[in-house]
Design a protein around this ligand. Structure first.
Ligand code: PEP
Ligand code: MG
Length: 876
């Protein structure tokens, strides 16, 4: 049988999106529902695919089928294409399976030429209308099909208006419009080097070719990449008989939504322009009015429109965004689709529709995009304020939210100024663990270097603090305390605003809107918990963060980075004493000073988590991170600790590493300094025992970082077990605890069967696992990952979205091998990917028990986990 390339609207249905595109499938569906739709046909996405595969040509059969459908359309409408007395005119529009701006959009009034325009004038008894339609058609066709710059037409129009001494297009009469047509044609010939085609069939073919070509224009390709649109055949082309909204007072055109797309309120919402064609609105020539104008002008048509759209909403069981035209009092629907909406509207509409019994809870969960949810949890810049603001630059959006404050260039200043009640933004080339207090005190953090897993990014996210990193256009002079960007200088104390959701940086103070978590949001989250299989834990290092995460629904702590506790003013001295100690005795003495602080920290966290599992990781970073690195701070340290400058410099030299990320860190520190693990174990276990004594429930899990060899793990575990046993018997209580490891060194993953002999749980540290498996330094990769993304080598930053085919496969091996040794091995992830929806879905498929992410990502993870389970099981 012959292949079918062209479908009339009577032949399709909504399920045929892949083949007919969204627009085509919905036009067909509306036609079959008996809704008044101007008739037409769709050339399929399959033709687009073939067009590219055969070097921008299609089989002759396609042309024949178009001719046939055109003849059917002529018969149905009772008009002929190119007829000099009463011509058929059509619109040509693109439409892929997924709505996709960037492609050629619309050509209206196709079929007009010097002869048919006269026919249209006579038939409508409106010469001005006919010539106005003609000049619009040439302009649109010239612009989108023949690629003549839009401005060339505007120039001609302006010139003619000037010659006539008028301002508005509407003041031009028929003769003027005829002049416009001639000048437009000349402009096309000059710019395109070709004549404007008079033959309507040739016009149609050129428009269809242009739609297919636009599938692979740069804008469309970028849009697909940014929105992760893959696997489509191409775009379809819809050819539809024209109806006119510009035929007088009882005509008009508009768009409407069955619910408010900004708030989600269940109220019909729309805009209309009377006596106009769609592109008047698009070009901004005229401003549309609220739909109420139609209600008062033509109440019957209005009621019919509301009824039709509500019917469509019931039919699609989703909020509809429809386009319509009224031609001399008769209503036509030109398009309908599920409407785009804000995150807040998305949650409200999903929950309302469950209440209205339009959809079930599972469908509601699938309707909300977890990536969008993040915006609901944080402050936002008022979009109106953004438009007027002075934009400085854009970095990576490392941690969402908004920060407004005075720029400061050192953590110390951030701390001091904030102590005086000022709001500050810490601006640094990059941050180090030493900056933690300043980061904590600041409203937000801006760095000129570093990527999505840099220190600033990870800590900022953990704190729920707005953070923009890797803003490479920002040139910082920390000594003179200013930065410059594109010639603008921002000095200490100047106010800037950061948008952590987009990475934008603005000069001055922008208006901010607070987040509002609705009861609908809470309801949706409860439904998510009903269906998800993965546990959702959090990465938190303080009782405060732990509480925030609990309120967002965290089921425990999956990663407590103990080093973050070392930096507070009252502890850093003891940490430095420990590092500078010349023998074991004095090192132990310094560690004993730290012990009470750590113990209190752990007690606070255990209490905040009320008996839920708390995974505490032993010290991870290299020790030099705890020492100062600039001259002034080194001098201060020498005075404060009464240690000679020489000795400090010697220690710094001794600790220096070429590749600190691959150096003396993680479990390797304990191999050299077992006393660190001894102190940390004592702090964890005694904090737990004290709470157990008070009748409280605690579930400590001690995690050893950076393990590549079973022997390394055994060495660490032996110390932990010995100390824990001593402490538990000292307190004389019953305490269960677990010991496990991070899987973040590729060798650890490959030898997971060995490692699982000792480890009771695995937590995938995918930040380091990505770094080591790709051989990309997580602190330096941001400098070149941008080029990888631009050039299409990477689709996503692998430090944000898990590299499933590489790192993911290694995880799979580790899961399989680990489970072989220990059936009940508990498996989780605590790298940044634990808060990324697509990575979470992958973790579900791998069969992990939980994901762990920063507190503000907990709701996102709950929703993504529910969707993963529903995608697997189906939603009916
Ligand atoms: C990891 O490597 O994924 C991890 C969670 O540890 P960190 O980011 O602290 O190195
Ligand atoms: Mg790590």
């Amino acid at each position: 049988m012959q292949k079918k390339y062209v479908y009339s609207f009577r032949e399709g249905k909504k399920e045929m999106k892949e083949l007919l595109g969204g627009k085509g499938a919905n036009l067909a569906e509306m036609t079959s529902l008996g809704i008044t739709v101007p008739p037409g046909f769709t050339v399929t996405t399959q033709v687009c695919d073939t067009y590219y595969k055969s070097n921008r040509k299609y089989p002759g059969e396609v042309i024949n089928q178009i001719d046939k459908k055109l003849a059917e359309l002529e018969k149905e409408i009772g008009k002929k294409f190119g007829d000099k007395k009463d011509p058929l005119l059509v619109s040509v529009r693109s439409g892929a399976a997924v709505s996709m701006p960037g492609m050629m959009d619309t050509v209206l009034n196709l079929g007009l030429n010097d002869e048919t325009v006269e026919g249209l004038a006579k038939k409508t008894s409106n010469e001005r209308f006919a010539w106005d339609s003609y000049r619009r058609f040439i302009q649109m066709f010239g612009d989108v099909v023949m690629e003549v710059d839009h401005d060339k037409f505007e120039e001609q129009l302006e010139e003619i208006k000037k010659e006539k001494g008028v301002e508005a297009d509407t003041e031009l009469d028929v003769n003027d419009l005829k002049k416009v047509v001639n000048r437009y044609k000349k402009a096309i010939k000059e710019s395109a080097g070709k004549l404007f085609p008079d033959n309507p069939r040739e016009q149609l073919q050129m428009a269809i070719d242009a739609v297919f070509s636009s599938w692979n224009n740069e804008r469309a390709i970028i849009y697909r990449r940014l929105n992760d649109i893959k696997g489509l055949l191409g775009t379809a082309v819809n050819v539809q008989a024209m109806v006119f909204g510009n035929m007088g007072k009882t005509s008009g055109t508009g768009v409407c939504f069955t619910r408010n797309p900004a708030t989600g309120e269940n109220k019909f919402y729309g805009e209309i322009l009377m006596n106009a064609q769609g592109e008047d609105v698009v070009s901004g020539m005229r401003t549309p009015k609220a739909i109420d104008e139609l209600k008062s002008a033509m109440p019957e048509v209005y009621n019919q429109l509301v009824k039709t759209c509500k019917r469509l909403e019931m039919h699609y069981r989703d909020m509809q965004d429809s386009e319509f035209t009224i031609q001399e009092g008769k209503l036509y629907l030109l398009q309908t689709r599920n409407g785009k909406r804000t995150p807040a509207a998305s949650v409200k509409i999903a929950v309302d529709m469950v209440k209205e019994k339009l959809i079930n809870e599972k469908t509601a969960l699938m309707r909300v995009n977890p990536y969008q949810l993040e915006q609901l949890l944080h402050k936002q810049i008022d979009p109106l304020a953004k438009k007027e603001a002075e934009f400085l630059t854009k970095g990576l959006p490392a941690s969402p939210g908004v920060a407004v404050g005075e720029a400061v260039f050192s953590a110390q200043k951030a701390h001091d100024w904030a102590g005086k009640g000022k709001k500050v933004i810490l601006v640094r080339r990059e941050t180090t663990p030493e900056d933690i207090e300043g980061m904590d005190a600041a409203q937000g953090i801006l760095t000129s270097r570093g990527g999505m897993t840099s220190h600033a990014a990870v800590v900022g996210r953990g704190m729920g603090k707005c953070c923009v990193v890797g803003a490479s256009e920002v040139s910082i002079n920390p000594k003179k305390e200013y930065f410059t960007v594109k010639g603008v200088e921002i000095k200490e104390g100047d106010i800037i605003t950061l948008d952590g959701s987009t990475g934008e940086v603005f000069k001055g103070q922008l208006r901010v809107i607070d987040p509002q978590l609705s009861s609908d949001f809470t309801k949706l989250m409860k439904w998510a918990d009903k269906f998800k299989k993965l546990g959702v834990m959090t990465n938190a290092d303080t009782p405060h963060d732990a509480k925030v995460a609990r309120n967002f629904g965290a089921e425990g702590i999956g990663l407590c980075r103990t080093e973050h506790m070392f930096f507070h003013e009252d502890r850093i001295k003891a940490v430095r004493e420990m590092i500078l100690a010349y023998d074991l005795e004095s090192r132990k003495k310094a560690l004993q000073k730290l012990l009470p602080f750590q113990k209190e920290d752990f007690k606070g966290i255990f209490e905040a988590m009320e008996g839920l599992p708390v995974t505490i990781r032993l010290l991870d970073p290299p020790l030099h991170e705890f020492l100062p690195y600039n001259e002034k701070d080194i001098l201060d340290l020498s005075k404060e600790m009464d240690v000679s400058l020489e000795k400090i410099y010697a220690k710094l030299e001794e600790l220096k590493e070429c590749n600190p990320m691959l150096g003396h860190r993680g479990c390797r520190l304990v191999v050299t300094f077992p006393e660190i693990a001894e102190m940390q174990t004592e702090a964890i276990i005694s904090a737990a025992c004290e709470l157990v004594k008070k009748g409280k429930k605690v579930m400590p899990e001690i995690m050893i970082p950076l393990v590549g060899f079973k022997e390394e793990l055994d060495f660490n575990v032996k110390i932990v077990k010995r100390v824990a046993k001593e402490i538990i018997s000292r307190y004389n209580v019953k305490l269960d605890y677990k010991i496990g490891t991070m899987i973040e060194v590729p060798r650890g993953a490959i030898t997971a069967d060995e490692i699982a002999k000792t480890a009771e749980f695995f937590s995938f540290g995918t930040n380091d696992l990505t770094q080591m498996m790709l051989g990309f330094s997580r602190d330096d990769a941001a400098k070149f990952i941008g080029s990888y993304l631009e050039k299409g080598i990477f689709e996503k930053d692998p430090f944000q979205v898990l590299d499933q085919t590489g790192v993911g496969q290694l995880m799979k091996i580790a899961v399989e091998k680990g489970k072989k040794t220990r059936k009940d091995l508990k498996l989780g992830i605590c790298g940044e990917h634990g808060g990324d929806p697509s990575s979470i879905k992958f973790c579900h498929k791998l069969g992990l028990n939980y994901v762990s992410c920063s507190p503000f990502r907990v709701p996102i993870a709950r929703l993504a986990a529910a969707q993963a389970a529903l995608e697997e099981k189906g939603i009916s």
